[in-house]
Design a binder for this molecule. Structure first.
Ligand SMILES: Cc1ncc(COP(=O)(O)O)c(C=O)c1O
Length: 423
């Protein structure tokens, strides 16, 4: 099967396709840090909607949205038009001067978000946004005499030093020799019955903030709902800030605009946003209240390219598109198909469980050998998945994917798992 040509409406894998490091792959990887190289040696030459093509004309259904970025689909025509229009306005960079396009983007983001969010810091990457979250909580703590930041084991918040201090575990930043004794980690509550237990924490009034990745990345693991609502009550009562890292979960990935909204009626103080915020160009943001941002007027929550005009144009078009009723209808339909089809996999002897919400899913395998083998085989059959160093496969198709492409990709995944698992 894998040597044959596959040609359908959505996939095209030519005869002889193999995972081979092409001259282009080797040229670039010789000139970049080893840690940068993608483990799947596929050259991207074109990406549109839910399709990715390589330089030999092979075409995949992208079940990763790149890396949770292309919520509106790759190279969305409306976003492209907005970028072109901004280019034609001869304003491709404006440092942090006021621009109409920045106003347009901020206005739209605030209009879509809960009303108490009344200010935004614009940045370029998720790591920068989370660095600003760390800083804001520290500044708030300094002002209010609160010391601790509480994070969760296994969560991921980016690649800078401050990100490492709040990611994974106490040892994540050990490469640096820097240690922040104010950062505490609670175990991630994988068991849905896990209660939020304040006894594991220092006195409530000493906690400056909680940092929560809306779901744990590697397996799309969600917190138990009650755990989060109890945490929110505790944080509110003690004046601790509640911050969600919405990098992957934001912009309708889980259904509502922000993923935290799937936990019930809670009102976080800070949201870190990125990836699907533009579905394309580098753009991130921290959303909060003006009063909190201005707790220290020297906080410097910006950079050279913050609010870049082209990124603003892309972001604005993206928000307009994703927030439309037409797209909401489409998502309601595709997320039902997604959940129904993926839940069937729980019958496979290879699978431990399937976590799914909206258009994100984590298929948790019993063994990493199987999850990796399934990724490679699906890619050989024209379904692009991500290889991660865990016993899981994470699925996050563009929110714009057609029902036909989605069903076809899910059928391939089911077929590969069934062939391997003999169910
Ligand atoms: C939850 C989360 N936070 C932060 C980041 C860092 O974002 P960036 O890679 O844009 O710096 C990521 C990136 O994958 C992420 O998934």
């Amino acid at each position: 099967m894998s040597g044959d040509t596959i040609k359908t409406k959505y996939r095209h894998i030519k005869a002889g396709f193999e995972f081979k490091k092409t001259p282009l792959f080797r040229w670039i990887s010789a000139r970049e840090p080893v840690s940068v190289a993608n483990t799947l040696p596929i050259t991207w030459s074109r990406a549109r909607d839910s399709s990715v093509w390589d330089d030999r004309g092979n075409r995949w259904i992208d079940m990763t949205s790149g890396i949770f970025v292309a919520n509106a689909g790759h190279a969305n025509p409306k976003i492209k038009r907005a970028i072109k229009k901004q280019l034609d306005n001869d304003l491709v960079f404006a440092y942090n001067y006021p621009t109409e396009i920045k106003k347009g983007f901020i206005k739209k983001l605030l209009a879509l978000s809960p009303k108490y969010f009344d200010a935004v810091a614009l940045l370029n990457s998720g790591s920068e946004a989370m660095d600003s979250v760390y800083k804001l909580i520290k500044l708030y703590g300094r002002k209010t005499g609160k010391k601790y930041i509480v994070s969760f084991t296994g969560n991921y918040h980016g690649r800078g030093l401050s990100n490492d201090l709040i990611s994974g575990s106490k040892t994540k930043a050990s490469w640096s020799g820097v240690h922040d004794d104010a950062v505490l980690f609670l175990d991630f509550p994988y068991d849905p019955e896990t209660p939020f237990n304040p006894k594991l924490l220092p006195p409530g009034e000493t906690i400056a903030g909680f940092i929560i990745e809306t779901f744990q990345g590697w397996g799309a693991w969600f917190y138990p709902k009650k755990f989060i609502t109890d945490l929110a009550t505790f944080a509110r009562k003690n004046g601790a800030l509640m911050c969600f890292d919405e990098m992957q979960s934001g912009f309708y990935r889980l259904g509502p605009l922000y993923g935290y909204m799937t936990y019930g009626n809670i009102a976080p103080d800070i949201l870190a946003l990125g990836k699907g915020i533009s579905s394309s160009l580098p753009l991130s943001a921290v959303l909060s209240r003006k009063e909190l941002f201005d707790i220290d007027t020297n906080a410097d929550l910006h950079g050279t390219h913050s609010g870049n005009t082209i990124a603003m144009a892309a972001g604005l078009a993206n928000l307009e598109l994703l927030s439309s009723e037409k797209e909401a209808r489409r998502r309601r339909k595709t997320s039902t198909v997604f959940e129904q089809e993926l839940k069937k996999l729980e019958r496979s002897p290879l699978i431990e469980r399937v976590n799914v919400r909206g258009l994100i899913a984590g298929i948790i395998f019993k063994s990493r050998v199987d999850s990796e083998a399934v990724v490679f085989e699906c890619v050989k059959r024209g379904v692009l998945l991500m290889l991660i160093p865990r016993n899981s496969i994470k699925l996050a198709p563009p929110l714009s994917i057609s029902e036909g492409a989605l069903r076809e990709a899910l059928a391939v995944i089911q077929e590969v798992i069934n062939e391997r698992g003999g169910s």
